[in-house]
Design a protein around this ligand. Structure first.
Ligand SMILES: N[C@@H](CCC(=O)N[C@@H](CS)C(=O)NCC(=O)O)C(=O)O
Length: 381
């Protein structure tokens, strides 16, 4: 028995970064533990029914899977030093939108910049994957196994819409996005002022493990988006780490204010992610009508698949074909639920923000069935 939380994770893992940044910022006493530890296969994996990270084990041996569930475990117990969910309407909705964008919407550039720049990245990636997955093996054996395992992840990049035709667009869009983040973090330490919120944690998923840590995109960020790079550093620091913002404290911007630089980022979500969300929901609704999953049926079935098919949408003059993953319905619901829970005044304020940034369809584009998390899995309700 220990008082520490155990955090099963890898530094190379996109979703581990989201929950780890939260634990660090809340000053939670935890240890990072590799899923290569025998306890993972003996206890954790049977309990959650699949191999996945991050997983948290509490001092009372409770097992919590999924970045959202780990964060909400602390939030629902009032254990947060800096609450992740803002109390004011515009801040709450903007922050949840950025959480969704960071964990799901930025996966295309995250996969592209990890897997398609072998000259700069491959030695580092294989060394790191081997090191974390198989620390007990000799370095050269680790590399061979990591190389073998990497084939599946390269294929996943294609499933997210990374193809020779789309690559130039993914790169152009990410360069623009990086500049927009850089402008925001030149003016604000975090998304909403002096403290991180759920949007920061979600963004940290893609913007750290892949885009702010793999050699090629890291060099891009360090050379061209230094204030974004500073934010990735800040998000790993238990202090507020905002030395360059003289006189700021750990409070959010007053009056529910959404700065122009954040509105620009919301417009980016509208241009670069909303078309995919609409296509994903349309496909999911068709799929639901045809397949009629029973209530509580595990999404993806017993095969443990995360996708239910592919959808197509237009973006920058290309037709993209991407996997439809119901976890994203769960993430979209979080925004829609928060919106539905607002009073009339709050809703009107949020409506104005969404209209101004082209994001109103994020609220009106709804799946006919809900996706919830139950027994560490996503299920159809
Ligand atoms: N929604 C999950 C996603 C976790 C996830 O996809 N983790 C990746 C590593 S970043 C993983 O474990 N992949 C294993 C696999 O797909 O087999 C969360 O937020 O925890």
């Amino acid at each position: 028995m220990t008082d520490k939380f155990k955090f099963y994770s890898w530094s190379v893992s996109l979703y581990s970064g989201k929950a780890r940044a939260y634990l660090i910022k809340q000053h939670i006493d935890f240890d990072d533990i590799s899923p290569a530890e025998p306890h993972y296969d003996a206890v954790i994996r049977p309990a959650i029914g699949r191999w996945i990270i991050p997983v948290m084990e509490t001092p009372n041996d409770e097992i919590v899977q999924d970045g959202v569930d780990i964060i909400d475990w602390f939030e629902s117990r009032d254990m947060a030093r800096l609450p992740a969910y803002p109390q004011t309407p515009r801040h709450l909705i903007a922050s949840l939108i950025m959480e969704f964008f960071g964990g799901e919407g930025l996966l295309r550039p995250a996969m592209h910049y990890r897997w398609n720049f072998d000259e700069d990245n491959l030695d580092f990636i294989l060394q790191q994957f081997g090191l974390f997955a198989m620390p007990q093996l000799a370095p050269e054996e680790r590399r061979d196994m990591a190389l073998h395992a990497s084939g599946r992840m390269r294929k996943a990049a294609v499933m997210f819409g990374v193809t020779p035709d789309t690559m130039p667009h993914i790169e152009a869009a990410f360069e623009e996005t990086m500049a927009e983040f850089d402008a925001h973090f030149a003016a604000q330490p975090y998304l909403l002022g002096g403290a991180p919120t759920i949007g920061d944690y979600g963004l940290f998923a893609a913007l750290y493990a892949h885009l702010g840590r793999d050699p090629h995109p890291l060099a891009m960020m360090q050379n061209r988006a230094q204030m974004l790079f500073r934010w990735t550093e800040r998000m790993r620091n238990p202090s507020s780490d905002m030395v360059e913002f003289i006189g700021r404290d750990e409070s959010l911007l007053g009056d529910d204010h959404v700065p122009e630089t954040l509105k620009t980022l919301l417009r980016r979500v509208a241009s670069d992610y909303l078309p995919e969300i609409e296509a994903m929901i349309a496909m999911s609704n068709d799929w639901l009508a045809e397949n009629q999953p029973a209530p509580d049926e595990v999404v993806g079935g017993e095969s443990l698949g995360r996708g239910i098919g592919m959808c197509q949408f237009e973006w920058r003059g290309e037709t993209l074909s991407v996997v439809v993953m119901p976890y994203r319905i769960f993430m979209l619901q979080r925004i829609q639920d928060a919106y539905d829970a607002l009073d009339n005044t709050g809703r009107a304020e949020v409506d104005a923000l969404l209209d101004e940034t082209g994001l109103h369809r994020l609220i009106t584009t709804r799946c006919h069935r809900r996706v919830e998390r139950k027994n560490h899995r996503e299920v159809w309700v």
